[in-house]
Design a protein around this ligand. Structure first.
Ligand SMILES: [Zn+2]
Length: 321
């Protein structure tokens, strides 16, 4: 039942993150017909498998479904059956998730890395349609990556492929969540953006106060949304934090352009909420850092269509692929 045979009809997509399990019934056009959400259990592991089963069962009460696709943080085996490791979910290592779901429901099931699932949604139903090759940066707390070549999701030899966030850019740099040092994720992610903002506040206390007042006035209440709101209002420190992040993203665009010559790079994740405040300087930085500048066309840089539901929609379709 876990073979790659084409299936039709409605499928369920499940997106697993550090805080929530979001399930949805999705049709063949990528439209979400129903959703159901539960918190990610603290203990992860079997508790999390039980929550996934509960979510699928709830969605099954109203819809007949033909398969289950799961999008999860972390790395997944090349056969799309097993979660190998995930940093921010407890006991989520070497979990034979697809087999557990096949056994429970008697339906085809696949597991995919969340960034891979998200780019698949963009490729099938969103802003990456028809582009080849097309790369994806998903810039939220971390920096995920994905790559589609000739209409196929690139996974590499062992399923860990196209993790664009872990290119080393500074050998004596910041420690990354992956265990390595100086990955681009530690400079270009949403976490890095917040770090830059905190540095700006610490070195300009007076202007820092103005920035914090876009939120509740405290560092605790200072979120990514507050920072974005401040930047949109023209706050100098906020714009400076975005400029640093955009610069690193631009350098990554430049490096990967020569590595893969993509037709387009789609950028998704929370950072896209900042719109041109993020995208324009990122594109300018890509041009500034581009190797062989002016001698070759640049990839299109495009904001993703899907937001938080990308992983769910992509996973639901991947069980058909
Ligand atoms: Zn890393």
């Amino acid at each position: 039942m876990n073979s790659a045979s084409a299936i039709s009809g409605l499928t369920v997509g499940i997106d697993i993150g550090g805080t929530k399990v979001l399930g949805g019934v999705v049709d063949t056009d990528g439209k979400i017909l129903a959703t159901y959400r539960k918190d990610t259990p603290k203990n992860g592991g079997q508790d999390l498998i039980n929550v996934i089963i509960e979510v699928v069962k709830e969605l099954q009460t109203k819809h007949q479904i033909a398969g289950i696709g799961v999008s999860t943080a972390g790395i997944v085996s090349a056969d799309r059956k097993t979660v190998i490791a995930a940093g921010n979910i407890a006991n989520w290592n070497d979990v034979a998730l697809a087999d557990a779901l096949v056994k429970e429901f008697g339906l085809p099931a696949v597991v995919e890395n969340d960034a891979n699932a998200a780019i698949w949604a963009e490729f099938k139903f969103g802003n990456a349609k028809g582009l080849n090759p097309v790369m994806f940066f998903i810039i939220g707390t971390g920096m995920g990556g994905g790559l589609i070549i000739d209409g196929k999701l690139y996974r590499g030899a062992h399923g860990i492929g196209a993790e664009f966030g872990h290119m080393m850019v500074k050998l004596d740099g910041e420690k990354c969540g992956c265990g390595a040092i100086g990955c681009i994720e530690t400079y270009a992610s949403g976490s890095a953006l917040m770090r830059y903002a905190h540095e700006e506040i610490a070195s300009n206390l007076e202007k820092g106060k103005v920035l914090l007042n876009f939120g509740d006035g405290t560092l605790n209440g200072f979120t990514g949304q507050v920072l974005t709101k401040a930047a949109q209002a023209g706050d100098q420190l906020a714009l400076s934090a975005f400029a640093k992040q955009s610069d690193w993203v631009g350098s990554a665009i430049a490096s990967y352009t020569l590595l893969l010559d993509p037709e387009a790079i789609i950028i998704g994740g929370g950072v896209i909420d900042a719109g041109d405040i993020f995208l324009k300087p990122a594109i300018a930085a890509a041009e500034k850092y581009m190797p062989f500048a002016g001698k070759h066309p640049l990839p299109k840089i495009i904001a993703a269509k899907f937001g938080n539901d990308a992983g769910l929609v992509g996973a639901a379709d991947l069980v058909r692929a």
